[in-house]
Write a protein that binds this ligand. Structure first.
Ligand code: 4AD
Ligand code: MG
Length: 461
């Protein structure tokens, strides 16, 4: 269909140019003499104003259309006498592509994010969600650019897997066995050897272990793919399906890992300012006041670093009553994470060297034999944005940790092989893409940065 994108028309068009555009009506405002129709095609936040004069043939048919209807308009650009835009479109031909009536759910002005979650198939038509998904796309490309510019190879780690990277037992099973009558062994338990893969398979919780395979050959790799966690968690930060970016670096320790993570987050913020200027302005004005200033500070400040043990003592001395108890050996909860980054450090903060008892088997054990060389990056409002570590590359230590954690040595013998044959110090991290988007846009619920959020009790479409 012949048309120009509204983004190009608004940025490159000049009064007198002919233009044909297509889009959805954002608003119609009619007076006796003229009617203003705002048309948006999603190529940019702003809409093009079509000014329909009283004498326009077929004006009534056009004015019957309401927000949400789809039009194609052929006309001439004219200098706009109004405020807020340089150009208007004077129509010569208006074609109604798709009617829309008042029963459309996005008609209701001022509908809340919560309401819109119930009509997730319609919400990208709103200004806010249009902006969210444009930013999401830009940042996804920026992720690939960042790693490519630094010589990382893209690793497609599998979605279907027989490994449990995080060992948290929060995996979705993938099976073709008859759910009503699965084959059972003599002990009465399900016989997974009869399943499609000949063993029990799941959706991956992380591409890390397989990225380690490729890092042991290409040195610098990253994965960027969907991950799945069957945690029964309904917080605004947890989804059952989310995308994760996981670089894996050979010949690297925790410090190298931390430096990469800091560069990466800063580069994403810089790219946001560069490529998403218009949408960012909207988020700053309408979603989180002061967002730009906060993000600007991130792009320039050095991130803090604190050891877990020190963080515990900071929390103990904070003079607060916590909902979740604080003591050495317990994991940090969101309230603790937010205090540390928002009030104690007042900037993004790496918490490093957690007790090994609360972390997975693959992390490098520090000399104290109590802590592991790991890092969580905490950022204001979101809490944990990144989790990463140096990996245990010493075979004997890895095998001992697997035993301690109840990890089946046979099933993970391939992973141990990476240490048996030409092992090297290596490290990596995972950044939750939706959490980055929450951070970048000011949106407060992970359900509002995913096109089709998957959370306990909900997987529509
Ligand atoms: O800290 P996590 O569990 O680390 C890993 O999975 C490692 N294998 C990563 C690695 O070293 N390659 O998860 C990493 C990040 C978290 O910091 C968080 O941003 C995000 O993934 N995340 C979630 N995001 C949304 N919903 C959930 N349920 C999430 N769980 C983790
Ligand atoms: Mg984590």
């Amino acid at each position: 269909m012949e048309r120009s994108e509204i983004k190009d028309v608004l940025s490159k068009g000049r009064a007198g140019d002919a233009a044909t555009v297509a889009g959805w009506i954002k608003s119609v405002r009619a007076s006796k003499s003229v009617a203003f129709v705002h048309l948006n095609d999603g190529s940019t936040f702003d809409s093009l104003q079509v000014v329909v004069p009283e004498t326009f043939p077929g004006r009534d048919a056009v004015l019957r259309q309401i927000t949400g209807a789809a039009l194609r308009v052929k006309g001439t650009l004219v200098a706009s006498p109004g405020k807020g835009q340089a150009l208007d479109l004077a129509p010569e031909e208006i074609e109604v592509l798709g009617e829309c009536d008042a029963s459309s759910p996005v008609q209701k002005a001022g509908t809340s994010f919560e309401f819109l979650r119930g009509v997730a198939h319609m919400r990208p038509r709103t200004n806010t969600f249009g902006a969210v998904f444009r930013v999401r796309s830009e940042l996804a490309f920026a992720v690939h650019e960042f790693f490519r510019e630094r010589g990382f190879a893209l690793c497609h780690s599998p979605i279907l897997t027989t490994s449990d990277c995080e060992g948290a037992g929060a995996m979705f099973s993938v099976t073709t066995l008859d759910a009503e009558k699965p084959p059972r062994g003599e002990d009465g338990r399900i016989d997974w050897s009869k399943d499609f893969f000949g063993e029990r398979a799941s959706l991956t919780v992380s591409g890390q272990l397989e990225a380690e395979i490729l890092a042991m050959s290409l040195s610098k790799v990253y994965t960027f793919g969907p991950t799945f966690r069957a945690e029964n968690s309904t917080t605004p930060r947890h989804a059952a399906e989310f995308w994760m970016i996981e670089p894996e670096l050979a010949f690297a320790d925790l410090k190298d890992d931390r430096e990469l993570a800091e560069d990466f987050v800063k580069a994403m913020v810089a790219r946001l300012f560069e490529r998403c200027e218009r949408d960012l302005r909207f988020f700053d004005e309408r979603v989180e006041k002061g967002l730009r200033a906060k993000l600007e500070a991130v792009a320039t400040a050095d991130f803090g670093v604190i050891e877990y043990a020190k963080a515990i003592s900071v929390l103990e001395k904070a003079g607060r009553t916590w909902d979740h108890p604080v003591s050495w050996g317990r994991d940090l909860q969101t309230e603790h994470e937010r205090y540390l980054t928002e009030e104690y450090a007042k900037r993004p903060l790496f918490v490093i060297d957690y007790p090994k008892t609360i972390k997975p088997f693959y992390m490098y054990c520090n000399d104290d034999d109590k802590t592991v060389a790991c890092m969580d990056l905490l950022v204001p409002r979101v809490g944990e944005l990144i989790g990463g570590s140096q990996r245990e590359h010493r075979l004997d230590r890895l095998l001992a940790r697997m035993k301690e954690c109840g990890v089946d040595e046979k099933a993970y013998s391939w992973y141990a092989d990476l240490r048996r044959f030409g092992t090297v110090p290596h490290a990596g991290f995972g950044l939750g893409f939706e959490r980055l988007l929450m951070y970048a846009t000011g949106m407060e619920n992970i359900r509002d940065v995913s096109l089709c959020p998957r959370v306990p009790g909900y997987a529509k479409f």
